[in-house]
Structures are given as C-alpha cells and as structure tokens.
Design a binder for this molecule. Structure first.
Ligand code: XMP
Length: 326
C-alpha cells in the first residue's frame, strides 16, 4: 500500500545506503520540492547534510523567515544563509529587459551558490568525508519530460551540475524522482515540513525581479512585497488558495496615473493582479476571483501602500499571455 510513511522509510534507506559517510549539499529555494528533498535527506543522514539558502532579495514577505526559522525548527537541518541582496541589486541596476534580468539573476545565483559550496567544503568537509553529493528536488514528471525515465533509480551520477565549475564535482542525489507533486506534499507532511511550505503555490526562481516591469530597485521591491502580501493574505482568508494556481502581483513601475485620495491629488503606480487557474502551468485561464474579494484587495492595497493608487485585473488566458509578465 502507498502510504507516506512507507515511502519515507524506503527512501531514507536508499539515501543512507548511497551516501554512506559522505557529506551532502542542498540548495534550498523555499519551494516545496527542494524543501521536501532536503528534509528527507536530513532524516536519512542528519548533520552530514548542509543546506544553502541564497537570499537574493527578490523573495516575498515572510519567505526568508519560513526557511531560516520554520524549516530549520521543523527539521533541525544544518543551514547556511547567504545574504546576497546587495549583490543582486547591484547586478540588476539599470536593467529593464526581461530576458536580461533572468540571465543576470541566474548567473548571480550560480556565482553565489558556488562560493557557498566552496566555503561549506572548507568548513564542514574533512579529508575523510568530503562533500560528494548535491541534492536536487527533481520529480517524476521532470524525469519523464527530460527523457530520462530510468524506472525506480533514485540516484544518478553527475557532475558540473547546473553550470557549477569543474573543480566542484558532485554526484546528484534525487530522492523524489519517483514521485508526483501530490505525493511529494504527503511525504513533506509526514516529515514535518511546515504547511506553509508544503502547500506553497509556484513562485518563479527569478522572484519579484520579473514582476517589476522596469528597473528593479530596493524601494520598488519593498512596495511590491507589501502589495503582494496583502493579495495573498486576502486570497487565503477567502479560502481560495487551492482553487487558484497562483496570483502574481505585478508592479508597473514606469507607469503613473492620476488619482485622488483624502483631499489630495495622487500620481502613483498601478499594480496588476494576475490570478490564474491551471493544471500544469502550460496553459492557464484567468481565475474568476469573486468581486468582493477583489474589492477588498484593491481597497487595502491602495490604502496601505502609499505609492500605489490603482489596482487592475489581468483577464488574459495563457496562451496568448504567459502567467508571469516577464
Ligand atoms: P509562464 O510565465 O511561462 O510561467 O507562463 C509558467 C510557470 O512557471 C513559473 N516560472 C518559473 N519558475 N523559474 C521557475 O522556477 C523561472 O524562471 C520561472 N519563470 C516562470 C511561473 O510562476 C508559472 O508558474
């Protein structure tokens, strides 16, 4: 019978056998897959695992804390947090082109992770137990998609992972590669991963960096973070989290419009709500969020986020629109 506890037991055994006494490294993103993979490997080999969390400053409100506090508390994982916020902002200064933003964020991420990996190798590894493994949260659909359907094999040999340089060679350990998303969530709950992480909606790797249309700055990030937090809070309060796939909030940072608030004229920025319904993100429909929920979100954002004086709704399906604006 498929039960989460049987699956955990089996996978823990497999990981333990493969890893032996070696040290293991995992890049945590705060998402479901990497978190559950890390929790599983932690259950198997304890402190032989070190997780690295790169805070690139493009996260939403509360996300860094979810990883730094809640996840660590729940799993007891050995965590290294790299505060790379200034470095990412500096690299993004003056950049407005979406593809360029994505490339810069990706390249910075590899650079920061690579340095953290070297530091962990130096700090935590010893001659007898070098860091040999890198955990990846690959799921079964990813395996099938990339044509690597090797049945129940949990572990595959690999180096130069994700653009890491040749002198950092890891074997790849992918404990979730036989599981579907819903199974990963069950396994996560079984392992005590916080529900806020287990049920998290998809969030893009480049984060809020691709939800600011225009240049990414600290002030704009701050503003978008507050608007996004309000939208998420109200959608959760309305019980809609499992009905909508995700709801990007997008800041049109270079657009301004005239408004009136209190007894004065305002000249602020619009934000776009982009709630979508989807099965797999390949196609999506705009989600019919009830008007009264939209009304509360709009009122709160314009009241609580000074620089935003207009909230608009994106009613485009995918195709022709993508889910994210960039
Ligand atoms: P689009 O905008 O292409 O997004 O319709 C489809 C889904 O993928 C997410 N997304 C990303 N996820 N890294 C990620 O991990 C990325 O660079 C990225 N870009 C988009 C998006 O949030 C949606 O769920």
């Amino acid at each position: 019978d498929w039960t989460a506890s049987n699956v955990v037991e089996g996978l823990v055994e497999t990981v333990r056998e493969a890893v032996g006494e070696d040290r293991v490294l995992c890049a945590l993103s705060g998402g479901v897959d990497s978190s559950v993979a890390a929790a599983l490997v932690q259950r198997a080999v304890g402190d032989q695992l070190t997780c690295v969390f790169v805070d690139h400053g493009l996260l939403r409100e509360g996300e860094a804390e979810q990883v730094e506090q809640d996840f660590v508390e729940a799993t007891g994982v050995d965590l290294v947090v790299v505060d790379a916020r200034e470095q990412f902002l500096a690299a993004l200064a003056g950049v407005t082109d979406p593809e360029q933003k994505r490339k810069i964020i990706g390249a910075q991420f590899i650079r920061v992770f690579e340095q953290a990996a070297r530091d962990v190798v130096k700090d935590r590894g010893d001659e007898q137990h070098p860091v040999k493994w890198l955990v990846q949260g690959t799921l079964y659909p990813d395996v099938v998609e990339s044509g690597g359907g090797e049945g129940a094999a949990n572990i595959k040999s690999h180096h130069n992972v994700g653009g890491l340089p040749d002198d950092l060679q890891f074997k790849l350990i992918e404990p979730l590669r036989t599981l579907f998303k819903d199974e990963v969530r069950q396994v996560g709950l079984e392992l005590g991963v916080p529900e806020t992480i287990v049920w998290r909606q998809p969030f893009p790797g480049p984060g809020l960096g691709i939800r600011i249309i225009g240049e990414v700055t600290a002030d704009r990030l701050d503003l978008l973070r507050r608007a996004d937090a309000i939208a998420r809070e109200e959608l959760t309060r309305a019980g809609l989290d499992r009905d909508i796939w995700q709801c990007p909030v997008v800041l049109l940072a270079d657009v301004r419009s005239v408004g009136v608030q209190g007894d004065g004229r305002t000249y602020g920025h619009p934000v776009v709500l982009r709630p979508v319904a989807s099965e797999d993100a390949m196609t999506a429909d705009w989600a019919r969020v009830p008007y009264d929920v939209l009304a509360v979100i709009s009122t709160r954002i314009t009241n609580e986020v000074d620089e935003v004086n207009r909230v608009v709704l994106d009613v485009t399906s995918k195709p022709p629109g993508t889910i994210e604006w960039e």
